[in-house]
Design a protein around this ligand. Structure first.
Ligand code: SF4
Ligand code: SF4
Ligand code: SF4
Length: 355
């Protein structure tokens, strides 16, 4: 029989150990979701329960949902890699790297493969805000990486409970994808009070080398150290290990990511997944020429969406150059090794602390 768990266990084993990816999966599947019992405190960048409250006995939905407690098994898939660009000028002009994610979602919405898409928009000052986009304007609002944690899976709960959608797409980082998969796996058992799993449809994972604390990256680093007014920033992009910050066409800053290594979230330092192995389709700016995105199609459904978007003229694609595929594979390997090494360091430190 499964051991009884509650939020206290999640706190001790994941959050306080610096492993939380802030995916929001625990919040979305909390048994007392309707009461806002578990939420994300963005000032502390962690999930919290309402002060003075006690979890009902024999619950533990949040604990069993968390992908950092136990990772789900990777389902069999494939890996087809392409260089891709959107064909929609409006989307290209509004988005990073060819507008591919936005165009894939636009196709999925237009063809009624999904009813709504959970993406992350900017609610001002580059603060991430999870939204449910149901048209092209909403998709454009949520385009581009934000580089600070958003708890994207809380948007699944919104899409289903607030908007009453039956089929939902999620765009997120690899940790969001694994949490989404966990929702599917766990939801088929006993631990998903809201049965979200039957509404989950398309998963688009964004290549990710790390996410940064909002206050540290935006306020300390950009505003205080570099005198950049965050309200003027129109585009931020990490590519080839360099952080680029723009206002319009003007580049305000170009700095190696080693400069912001200290601001990387602890939960990201143990992360092993660069491309989003649990996605239907992964997209990123590594491995393709500027203005295009690299796309990895991983599942039959991902292939259906990708080929549909191609046939209907939403995107243009060609197989990726071998050098691009090699670069992606090298970074996948490096991130995996770095995550394993960090876990090893933490384990050793803990053992030494016990002596
Ligand atoms: S899911 Fe259950 S154990 Fe977890 S925070 Fe909500 S009520 Fe508590
Ligand atoms: S990793 Fe996700 S599910 Fe686990 S504690 Fe953090 S926010 Fe919750
Ligand atoms: S590095 Fe890993 S844990 Fe951090 S945001 Fe990216 S995918 Fe999530």
């Amino acid at each position: 029989m499964e051991e009884k768990r509650d939020f206290g266990d999640l706190e001790r084993e994941v959050i306080e150990k610096g492993k939380c990816a802030l995916c929001g999966g625990c919040v979305a599947t909390c048994r007392l979701l309707d009461y806002g019992y578990l939420s994300v405190d963005f000032s502390k960048e962690r999930p919290v329960i309402r002060e003075g409250q006690q979890c009902p006995p024999d619950c533990g939905y949040c604990y069993h949902q968390c992908p950092r407690v136990e990772k789900p098994a990777l389902r069999e898939g494939f890996e087809e890699m392409y260089e891709v660009v959107s064909t929609d000028e409006e989307i290209i002009n509004a988005c990073q790297d060819g507008g591919v994610v936005t165009s894939l979602l636009a196709y999925a919405l237009d063809d009624a493969l999904v009813e709504g898409c959970v993406t992350v928009a900017d609610k001002g000052e580059w603060r991430p805000e999870v939204q449910v986009a149901m048209d092209k304007a909403g998709l454009i609002k949520g385009a581009g990486s934000k580089y600070t944690p958003a708890a994207a899976l809380t948007g699944i709960a919104d899409a289903i409970l607030t908007y009453d959608l039956w089929s939902v797409a999620l765009v997120g980082t690899p940790c969001d994808m694994v949490s989404y998969e966990k929702m599917l796996v766990v939801g088929r058992g006993t631990h998903n009070a809201h049965n979200f799993s039957s509404h989950i449809r398309l998963r688009i994972g964004l290549f990710c080398m790390g996410s940064y604390g909002y206050e540290q990256l935006m306020k300390t680093y950009l505003e205080e150290e570099h005198g950049i007014d965050i309200n003027e920033v129109t585009k931020m992009q990490i590519s080839d290990n360099v952080l680029h910050v723009y206002t319009g066409d003007k580049e305000l800053l170009s700095a190696g990511i080693e400069d912001i290594a200290d601001y990387k979230r602890d939960g990201c330092k143990v992360c092993e997944d660069f491309t989003g192995l649990f996605s239907d389709i992964s997209v990123g700016n590594v491995g393709s020429p500027e203005g295009k995105s690299s796309v990895i199609v991983r599942t039959d459904f991902g292939k259906e969406v990708f080929e549909g978007a191609l046939e209907r003229g939403y995107i243009e694609a060609k197989p990726i150059e071998p050098s691009g595929a090699d670069l992606i594979h090298r970074l996948m390997k490096e991130k995996k090794e770095a995550g394993i090494a960090e876990k090893g360091r933490r384990k050793k430190k803990m053992e030494e602390g016990k002596k």
